[in-house]
Design a protein around this ligand. Structure first.
Ligand code: P61
Length: 468
């Protein structure tokens, strides 16, 4: 047997390790296959309906599943739970101003609370909202406010095998075509996400952000950022865009945000907390409207549905999240899993993005049509194999067209393995990779699913399936 080699040695470089060590652990439970056969049936073959007690390695989402640092936990003890004017709100406001650069902050309980407020405030019924690929909750809030979502992402984003550096970019020709068709007054704002979740965590370049800003100035249209994973986006700019290799991720994030009129945030991702969000803008008049609306739906404008301790953890998490060594190890872990799978010929979105591996269920199960829900099937098969929980990101997630009632049929039919931050080890990634391989090796035996229950909104969360 050849001498074993570390992963770094296999790649001809020194290995790196996470810039933290573990102080507290949470036991995991392994179930057997007959039990998982039963639990997945009881959950209607939908991983959202499993009890987490029945899951071994939980890659459902990187949202709210992060491990907080000792500093963040210490910050929790300094929660100022005053109804109004909590000290922690001011810490959060300062952290957002410093790192994201926006002047006026409205906290919300999580990202969709912020999406609700900004959509209601800025969209007039019948207006278009161009965005770089849809996100489920973002588009739903835009539609519920009367907006019409228009996908303006570059075409390569819809091709899992295209290895472009910035597959999250907006295609300016698509913006030009839209404005020629409907006129500038019919565009509510540009909705720019960085990175782009549904495209596979793909980044947007600084050049594209700058170009979209110039387009917005020329046409007097606002530009808002979904900043949920903007720190991860900044890492890709540092790595791939000429002129940014020597800049700190914190400075890149700040520059990126400087092209925006405002942003909304699900802090449950980049900011290393379990709950929280915000919307922040530079215009005073818009801020006044948001601040007024938040008291109706979330809570007073100095807590927005959060406890003081949650705002403190977020303020500290923001500062930790923009550290270069942290973000390198975070994305490095996602890539470690990606490299193993790539080496074994597993079909997935390439290049690997920031927060997850997205398996390409179309190529995984070429014998299943989209009506057999290949990505949903793959998530159910992975769970059966090893108790690993993934998420469908294909036809089920895309939902139905509100006008015609037909299924949206996205080109991307993906199963997402999202990696929580600072939670799992390299050994967990090895277990995951081997399970994906085992499911891939048995791919021909799989027959697909049928949807037997479909809720009205965001159906993927609660839909139920049965085997074909
Ligand atoms: C996720 F299956 N993401 O990726 P909230 N913008 C972006 C997000 O990724 C995001 C939100 C806004 C989740 C949780 C989730 O279809 C789903 O704090 C880019 O979750 O309200 C959330 O932020 C909304 C999972 C959300 C889903 C919607 O796992």
């Amino acid at each position: 047997m050849p001498a074993p080699k570390t992963f770094g040695q296999q790649l001809g470089r020194r290995s790196w390790a996470e810039p933290w060590k573990i102080k507290m652990v949470e036991p995991l439970f392994m179930t057997d296959r007959p039990t998982r056969e039963r639990t997945r049936r009881e959950a209607g073959y939908n991983t959202f309906l499993l009890r987490s007690r029945d899951v071994y390695i939980d890659l459902l989402t990187d949202s709210g599943t992060n491990a907080m640092s000792d500093r963040q936990w210490a910050g929790m003890m300094t929660g100022d739970e005053a109804y109004a004017g909590s000290e922690n709100f001011y810490h959060l406001e300062e952290a957002v101003q410093r790192h994201y650069g926006f002047m006026h902050l409205v906290p919300t309980h999580q990202g969709r609370g912020a999406e609700h407020l900004i959509s209601r405030t800025v969209i007039r019924p019948g207006q278009y909202v161009p965005g770089n690929m849809y996100f489920t909750t973002t588009r739903l809030h835009q539609e519920m406010a009367g907006g019409i979502f228009e996908d303006v992402i570059v075409d390569i984003a819809h091709d899992p095998q295209d290895r472009g550096d910035f597959k999250g970019n907006i295609d300016l020709a698509k913006l030009d075509a839209l404005i020629a068709r409907v006129g500038a007054s019919q565009i509510a704002y540009i909705s720019l996400a960085a990175t782009v979740n549904m495209a596979g965590g793909q980044p947007v370049s600084m050049a594209n952000a700058r170009a979209v800003r110039a387009w917005c100035d020329a046409h007097n249209v606002r530009l808002f950022l979904d900043a949920t994973r903007a720190v991860e986006n900044a890492f890709f700019i540092q790595e791939r865009e000429p002129g940014y290799a020597d800049k700190r991720v914190a400075d890149i994030l700040h520059e990126f945000c400087s092209y925006m009129d405002g942003a909304w945030m699900s802090a449950k991702k980049d900011s290393l907390v379990n709950i929280g969000g915000w919307v922040a803008v530079n215009e005073w008049a818009l801020f006044e409207e948001l601040r007024n609306l938040v008291v109706v739906f979330e809570g007073l404008h100095t807590y927005g549905g959060l406890a003081g301790r949650d705002m403190e953890a977020m303020a500290i998490g923001i500062a930790e999240s923009v550290q270069d060594e942290y973000i390198r190890s975070r994305i490095g872990q996602v890539r470690y899993l990606g490299m193993l799978l790539e080496e074994w010929g597993i079909p997935m979105v390439e290049p690997v993005g920031g927060h997850a591996i997205f398996l390409d269920a179309r190529r995984f199960y070429p014998h299943l049509t989209q009506d057999r829900f290949p990505a949903q099937t793959l998530a159910a098969e992975l769970y059966l194999d090893s108790g690993i929980r993934a998420m469908e990101r294909g036809i089920v997630s895309a939902g139905r067209d509100p006008k015609t009632g037909d299924h949206h049929r996205p080109k991307l039919e993906l199963t997402r393995l999202a990696i929580p931050r600072r939670v799992y080890t390299q050994a967990h990634m090895d277990v995951v990779a081997e399970s994906v391989k085992a499911v891939f090796d048995r791919r021909a035996e799989v027959r697909g699913l049928e949807m037997v229950y479909e809720p009205t909104y965001l159906r993927f969360f609660q839909a139920r399936f049965e085997p074909r």
